[in-house]
Design a protein around this ligand. Structure first.
Ligand code: NAI
Length: 331
């Protein structure tokens, strides 16, 4: 299988190396096409992405991406947003589930967050109205809303999930979130076998930290999805355990939810679990369900054993030691 590999910034190259080592140990037939992108590449080359990257993603349709840093407030736009818009990856799929042996407040979290990836305030339509007033446009369309809800209900049906909850704020944003919610209700009628309900985003945060078992599949707008998925990651041990897939009709880009973690970059401290779990999602989506389960279960096993865990969850192991422990558990 051909996979475009983007190491990215900060801890990116270290965690991506972990994936390659695990893939080799599993004897998977992968051809990695490596291209650089991100702020470090920009600093030394004056370009955000290496020539050929976009063509390679278009050609092979599958990429595994390390985190890329984005300057805050000023500077260039996020590479993630650019890739999502360029390749029409309108779904951001973020499963969140408890890891065996990892002590957190709840041990039975099992949710899937489906974030609309193409519009909302992340569309980037911002301008200065005058020197003291900035405007940002929240864009919600019927087409994109119906498309994400159809994906969510079909995903629920295919994966034997019982309920889809639409998270929004339609009481305040009556037009934008109101349109989003009304499209949800329309699409829900086509899936009578799946329970459908809705929740305001603020109440959703409170209810999730109080009792996450009441939620199953969550479908939400771009900005809320970004925020609530970090909140949910916190319920299962933190960003080190949050994988994701950006899904479009022709392209899938897999990546950890976390960022480039500049505070620990280059120190062999990063937890590679999230990108390894993203790689397992890739395998699962491309006919390698058994290998995906093998990898997830090896990660679970290392965490449950507790001898080779990384510092984000109180362990002492580095990225390399953790990776080696996963490889030994692959059997
Ligand atoms: P971050 O996720 O990079 O780090 C937040 C905290 O979590 C830090 O203390 C970090 O050390 C820790 N952390 C994150 N991943 C970890 C891992 N795998 N193992 C152990 N600890 C981990 O978020 P932050 O600091 O807000 O962002 C840093 C940069 O990353 C920014 O430039 C931001 O734009 C970018 N970013 C990129 C993303 C992507 O490419 N998908 C996603 C989120 C942020």
């Amino acid at each position: 299988m051909d996979i475009v590999l983007i190491p990215g910034d900060g801890i990116g190259p270290e965690i991506v190396e972990s994936v390659k080592e695990v893939s080799d140990a599993m004897k998977l037939d992968m051809t990695w096409h490596t291209y650089h992108a991100g702020s470090e590449y920009y600093a030394s080359n004056g370009k955000l992405v290496e020539d050929g990257l976009m063509d390679a993603i278009a050609e092979y349709g599958i990429a595994l991406k390390g985190p890329t840093a984005t300057p805050i407030g000023t500077g260039f736009r996020s590479i993630n947003v650019m890739l999502r818009q360029q390749f029409g990856t309108y779904v951001n799929l973020r499963p969140v589930h408890s890891i065996r042996g990892l002590k957190t407040r709840y041990d039975d979290v099992d949710m899937v967050i489906i974030r609309e990836n193409s519009e909302d305030l992340y569309k980037g339509i911002e301008y200065m109205y005058d020197n003291d007033t900035a405007h940002g446009i929240k864009l919600i369309t019927r087409a994109a809303s119906v498309r994400i809800f159809e994906f969510a209900f079909e995903y629920a049906r295919k994966n034997h999930r019982r309920k889809v909850t639409c998270v929004q704020k339609a009481n305040i944003m009556k037009m934008t979130d109101g349109l989003f919610l009304s499209c949800f209700k329309e699409v829900a009628q086509k899936f009578p076998d799946i329970e459908a309900d809705s929740c305001l985003v603020d109440a959703f945060c409170m209810k999730t930290v109080t009792d996450p078992s009441q939620f199953d599949v969550i479908v939400t707008e771009n900005l809320y999805g970004d925020i609530v998925s970090d909140l949910c990651a916190g319920l299962v041990g933190g960003l080190g355990f949050a994988p994701s897939a950006n899904i479009g009709d022709d392209v899938r880009i897999y990546e950890a939810v976390h960022g480039s973690a500049p505070d620990i970059a280059g120190q062999d401290k990063a937890n590679p679990s999230a990108i390894l779990m993203s790689f397992a999602m890739l395998l699962n989506d491309h006919g390698m369900k058994e290998q995906a389960e093998r990898l997830n279960s090896a990660i679970d096993g290392v965490i449950a054993e507790g001898k080779h865990t990384t510092c984000d969850i109180g362990g002492k192991a580095g990225t390399k030691e953790f990776t080696q422990a996963v490889i030994e558990r692959l059997g």
